[in-house]
Design a protein around this ligand. Structure first.
Ligand SMILES: [Zn+2]
Ligand SMILES: [Zn+2]
Length: 180
């Protein structure tokens, strides 16, 4: 059976959020061989979440849980009266309820572009930003970290980690950085 694909996490099976572990999904009760192992924010913690129950939204629904923090989506305001917000609620819920997270040091952030969520592409290191420097310069400049340090020390699994996103509409790349 083909694994479900995620529009906002096209490389979901290569970014360390699923593991090859046999079990019975806590939501659909099917025997599965692939278990979601990254963040899921809920009161009751399911033993086993399969990718099909992420894609369908059933895991989020059954446990009233979120894979990604709503307020971690770039530009989302905690002020519910803020009507200037440009991204459709439906797209925000697709990120929180139907998209696997990624592995991060701190609370994950989900970047946006063209009034919609970006897709999470991969972790990023100094090579990544060399290749995409023009597109990523703005994000490097406003990251809060020293741009020179980023250019020498950014890694995919060290203490200063880059997170590469790409706009699903125009293809522009964005970069988020955090550190341990
Ligand atoms: Zn399932
Ligand atoms: Zn765009």
């Amino acid at each position: 059976m083909n694994l479900p694909e995620f529009k906002y996490s096209p490389n979901a099976y290569k970014i360390g959020v699923f593991e090859n572990i046999a079990g019975t999904c806590s939501i659909c009760n099917e025997r599965r061989q692939i278990k979601y192992t990254s963040s899921f924010y809920s009161v009751d913690v399911p033993e086993y979440i399969c990718p099909w129950c992420i894609e369908s939204g059933k895991a989020a629904e059954k446990y009233s849980g979120k894979f990604n923090d709503y307020l971690g989506i770039e530009g989302v305001s905690s002020d519910s009266n803020d009507l200037n917000y440009a991204i459709d609620e439906e797209l925000l819920l697709e990120i929180t309820n139907k998209t696997p997270s990624y592995v991060s040091w701190q609370q994950e952030v989900w970047l946006t572009h063209c009034d919609r969520p970006c897709a999470f592409i991969d972790y990023a290191d100094t090579e990544t930003i060399k290749l995409l420097s023009e597109e990523l310069n703005d994000d490097i400049g406003t990251s809060g970290y020293d741009p020179e340090l980023i250019r020498v020390a950014l890694s995919k699994d060290g203490s200063l980690v880059g997170y590469l996103f790409q706009c699903v509409k125009c293809g522009h790349h964005r970069l988020h950085i955090d550190c341990d």
